[in-house]
Ligand binder design. Sequence first.
Ligand code: 5GP
Ligand code: MG
Length: 179
Amino acid sequence: MDKIKILDKSFSLFLDKKKIKSSISEIARTINTDYSGKNPLFLTVLNGAFMFASELFQHLDIDCEISFVKLASYQGTDTTGNVKKLIGLNEQIKNKHVIIVEDIVDTGITIDKIRAQLEQDKPASIKVASMLFKPGKFKVGHQPEYIGIEIPDDFIVGFGLDYDGRGRNLNQIYKIDNE
Ligand code: 5GP
Ligand code: MG
């Protein structure tokens, strides 16, 4: 389906399955090379990154650890800039090579706060893999080191990303229609 409706908004197909999956396997290829022998720890940021993570991890052939953390910073279609604390981190990250797995980096505020919290525990390194990146909105911190697809500033849903809790299960990515 090229057009969908979620709650009060309509969306049009923006990135199809094939495009999403090939961009993710490209990231996996690079990480396989960069982290060979380093036993990285992947920290997946829930909820949004679950589909990206699942696809990414299936293409990794290096020895690694995988875990999941959580925070929330977004309501409706507006970023609040109000970032909560990271929860669910049970692993020791000291001296480990950490890769944060995110669905999307927009202003960069969320990922910057996560990096700052993790740095307190003295990992060997921290890098970020983000399925999507909005260069037009980005304003804080470092750009993600691994980026699947750069997209324009519009609000999108699908492949893990939600609109007020809906749409995460869509296996393609949809862009909001301008009213
Ligand atoms: P940032 O702190 O970089 O501005 O925003 C990051 C978070 O905002 C993402 O992890 C994601 O949860 C949410 N976000 C940013 N842009 C979008 C978007 O276009 N669609 C959805 N569904 N969430 C977004
Ligand atoms: Mg997120």
